[in-house]
Write a protein that binds this ligand. Structure first.
Ligand SMILES: NC(=O)C1=CN([C@@H]2O[C@H](COP(=O)(O)OP(=O)(O)OC[C@H]3O[C@@H](n4cnc5c(N)ncnc54)[C@H](OP(=O)(O)O)[C@@H]3O)[C@@H](O)[C@H]2O)C=CC1
Ligand SMILES: N[C@@H](CC=O)C(=O)O
Length: 443
């Protein structure tokens, strides 16, 4: 009789409870695929006695001693779906050093200190799998880690946060403002009680760091990622994007870029951006995720699906569990990730992109020339200018004394645009600068 592969499940919340359910419902298939049954050795949670609905699991398996569970001799594989940096890092380093393979969905930890986990895995000869940490159910990390290993990935552009995509899609569809769309996302259970990590871009920045590290065989941490959230995106921005044939998405962008001396660097950023409605990512609505990968030989690839939620994320977790269990039975471990490139991370000020700038200005002769002069002084070339009456946010809206200028630039360094906007804000002819948005993807 083949001995079971025994799992320590750390966490039994949104994702963990679905892992338990799938392990139960698919136990026969999983055993057939692995060549041995999977068994839950224990489940670590924060509080015992909590109502866990009709979860098909023996209450006696629950413990609050996660580290004790990890250290048990009868545990082969550790599945971590708790989240956060500590104590998760301590548990996983302990498991990996002891030769127990780890499956985790913990993007925050991987983005902050993935190097410590990889080092512990190498030391213990264990596997470290984390497909669920980026874009939930979408098979994305293993294609980057395995299938595209013969190619050279140059750029990854993604919508990797479901909550913000739901909010921006709702704003685009209904004309709602940010607060109203967030309220809807909360009512539907997409946004958490504290939505800060999602709406301020922290969640997407962690995913961007993981994607960039894998795509470019280097180490990028969350601290290396330029991050802006969507809280400043207004209904007026969304309407303006629409008028240009664009929509606004929170994008995660990781790209190889040469520096001035031609040396390769990486630029990794998360921010809202206008993209043309014809772009493959523009039609990604609701809480879906999608990631667009550009590789030298493969060309353009698109990965699409559910990036959040208990069951979709548990699907990715179990896929990893099957892989590490098979490796364990075969007595092998996946080759370690090749972070050989050690590419410098480019400062955001040097990132090149286009901009959509809206200005409320005094409507009198010479103003357009003065504004254009500021852009020219900072080396930012203007592509188009549209003038209308001052927007709803403009100080002189409806007075006939002010006008709204919407300027779209050619590609320019971020620092040059920031200096331009800084100088514009100091001019008495400029009443306000209600919005500055980046424009991506050929609009
Ligand atoms: N939810 C999602 O859609 C996705 C989540 N993820 C990632 O998956 C992980 C889990 O997320 P999610 O399921 O939503 O989180 P939840 O908050 O729903 O669940 C967390 C679980 O961890 C347990 N826990 C918390 N602290 C401790 C502790 N100190 N010791 C032992 N157990 C503890 C909680 O116990 P108790 O039940 O007693 O409260 C709970 O069971 C995170 O890393 C998240 O980023 C990744 C992709 C999508
Ligand atoms: N909060 C995240 C879910 C997990 O990654 C999201 O909204 O995408």
């Amino acid at each position: 009789m083949i001995s079971p592969v025994r799992l320590a499940l750390l966490g039994c919340g949104t994702v963990g409870s679905e892992v338990v359910r799938l392990l139960h419902e698919q136990s026969a298939d999983l055993a057939a695929r692995i060549g041995a049954p999977l068994e839950i050795a224990g489940i670590a949670v924060r509080r015992l006695g909590r109502d866990r609905g009709d979860l098909p699991v023996d209450e006696a398996l629950f413990t609050t001693d996660a580290l004790g569970l990890v250290k048990r001799d009868d545990v082969d594989v550790v599945v971590e779906v708790v989240g956060g940096i500590e104590p998760a890092r301590g548990w996983l380093v302990e498991a990996l050093r002891a030769g127990k393979s780890v499956v985790t969905a913990n993007k925050a930890l991987l983005a902050e200190d993935g190097a410590a986990l990889h080092a512990a895995a190498a030391e213990g000869g264990a596997d470290l799998y984390y497909e669920a940490s980026v874009a939930g159910a979408i098979p994305l990390l293993r294609p980057l880690r395995d299938s595209l290993h013969g190619d050279r990935v140059n750029r990854v552009t993604g919508i990797v946060n479901g909550t913000t995509n739901f909010i921006l899609s709702a704003m685009d569809a209904t004309g709602a403002g940010f607060a109203e769309a967030l309220e809807e996302a909360t009512a539907l259970g997409y946004a958490e009680a504290d939505p800060t990590a999602d709406v301020e871009g922290f969640d997407a920045a962690a995913k961007a760091a993981i994607l960039a590290s894998l795509a470019f065989h280097t180490r990028v941490t969350a601290a290396d990622v330029h991050r802006e959230g969507i809280t400043e995106v207004t209904a007026a921005d969304v309407a303006s994007a629409r008028a240009m044939g664009c929509t606004i998405k929170l994008l995660c962008i990781a790209a190889r870029v040469p520096d001035a001396a031609g040396k390769e660097t990486v630029n990794v950023r998360v921010h809202p951006a206008m993209i043309p409605r014809t772009h493959p990512l523009a039609s990604v609505g609701d809480a879906f995720n999608a990631v667009f990968v550009e590789a030298e030989a493969a060309g353009q690839l698109m990965f699409y699906g559910r990036g959040a939620g208990g069951a979709p994320t548990a699907s990715a977790v179990l896929g990893d569990v099957v892989a590490v269990a098979r490796n364990r039975l075969a007595g092998v471990r996946a080759p370690s990730e090749s972070a050989y490139a050690d590419l410098p991370v480019r400062p955001m000020g040097e990132a090149l992109t286009r901009y959509h700038v809206s200005l409320d200005v005094a409507d009198r002769p010479g103003v357009l020339a003065a504004v254009a002069g500021v852009f020219a002084r900072h080396g930012v070339s203007i592509a188009t200018v549209r003038q209308g009456s001052a927007g709803a946010s403009g100080a002189g809206a409806g007075s006939g004394e002010d006008a709204e200028l919407v300027i779209v630039t050619h590609t320019a360094p971020d620092a040059a645009l920031a200096a331009t906007v800084g100088e514009l804000r100091g001019l008495d002819i400029v009443r306000s600068v209600p919005s500055v948005l980046r424009v991506e993807g050929g609009a």
